[in-house]
Write a protein that binds this ligand. Structure first.
Ligand code: ADP
Ligand code: MG
Length: 314
């Protein structure tokens, strides 16, 4: 039995340009879950994690639009909300897909916190844009009243809040997730949206207004669970060098060393493919057997090493 963490990217939930209706998200998840159910049928013991970008973005907008009526919630609480929002839709889609493919399984979703270090460099330079766009006046007000950092985004003509994106240190609920997973009967959803960031302050864990990259958090979980395999499902067949140029070439099976060299050469941007490749390298260097980057459609082929990018130790 191979134990695997499978991370589902944003596009598996909502495709570019699609309105974020419940129906659209449910339909996309159903499609993705068909492929995940085949993986379960093939004998893999899976823990699922997922992105939350557009979902937490919408929750923030709802908070801002309604702020005259209902007090807005801080970002950590919004991330927690998004774990429930996506987690529930995933539970529904997975339960149905599993029943059709092979088996009745319980699909518990664990509200998950991730410990971050407030000394992390990311706190000195908040860079991850979240939530709605504001005009200059509003931006100045928010900066003064709430101490937010806002960046001007010229291409979209507005100001937007930026928050730190620190590295995950540990997953608080990992031991509990491990017990559920090893029971062999449950297919656990956890660490949604990279987890709810918390930090130790005066001997207790407190929520932090930050976001953790979901792929780095997935690697952190896979390491804690001592899994063999980390799969990152996204909307490209794999990691490319020369991406978007005439000389672009997809990486097939590569060692962590080769992947790291391409990463250092700037082939994989920080906001998208970069963290996936970083997560893959980190995972195999910490004892994982292999890490795979591919699309849901190619999952089956990729597990047989016939598609996608495969990062191995040697
Ligand atoms: P996800 O929601 O799955 O995490 P991201 O948008 O964060 O998706 O990352 C996937 C995207 O990374 C692809 O859609 C692709 O446009 C982009 N990308 C940037 N550089 C590369 C690269 N070198 N190889 C492959 N994809 C890349
Ligand atoms: Mg991403």
């Amino acid at each position: 039995m191979t134990n695997a963490v499978v991370a589902i990217g944003g596009n598996a939930i909502l495709k570019k340009g699609q309105p974020a209706t419940k129906e659209n998200q449910q339909r996309n998840l159903e499609e993705t879950c068909r492929h995940i159910a085949s993986m379960v049928q093939a004998g893999y013991n899976i823990t699922l994690t997922h992105g939350n970008g557009p979902q937490v973005g919408d929750i923030l907008i709802q908070n801002e639009v309604a702020r005259g009526e209902v007090p807005p919630m801080p970002l950590d609480v919004c991330v927690a909300e998004s774990q429930g929002l996506v987690g529930f839709m995933l539970q529904q889609a997975l339960t149905d897909a599993l029943r059709k493919a092979c088996c009745d399984r319980i699909v518990p979703c664990v509200l998950t916190r991730v410990v971050v270090d407030e000394e992390d460099e990311a706190f000195k330079d908040p860079s991850k844009p979240v939530g709605p766009y504001y005009d200059r006046e509003e931006a100045e007000k928010l900066s003064k009243e709430r101490g937010w950092h806002l960046h001007k985004d010229l291409s979209r003509g507005g100001w937007r809040r930026v928050v730190p994106s620190p590295r995950p240190v540990t997953i608080v609920e990992a031991p509990a997730i491990g017990r559920l997973v090893r029971s062999g009967n449950d297919l656990v959803i956890a660490v949604g949206g990279g987890g709810i960031p918390v930090a130790w302050r005066n001997g207790r864990l407190e929520g932090v207004e930050a976001v953790v990259d979901k792929d780095l958090a997935a690697a952190c979980l896979a390491k804690s669970l001592k899994d063999d395999l980390l799969v990152m499902l996204t909307d490209v067949e794999g990691a490319y060098v020369g991406y978007g140029t005439a000389r672009e070439r997809m990486l097939g099976t590569v060692t962590a060393e080769v992947a790291e060299r391409h990463l250092e050469e700037g082939e994989f941007p920080p906001g998208s493919m970069g963290p996936k490749v970083e997560a893959a390298i980190d995972f195999v260097r910490s004892g994982g057997e292999r890490a795979v980057i591919t699309t849901p459609e190619l999952l089956h082929m990729a597990l047989a090493s016939k598609a996608g990018t495969q990062v191995v130790i040697r």
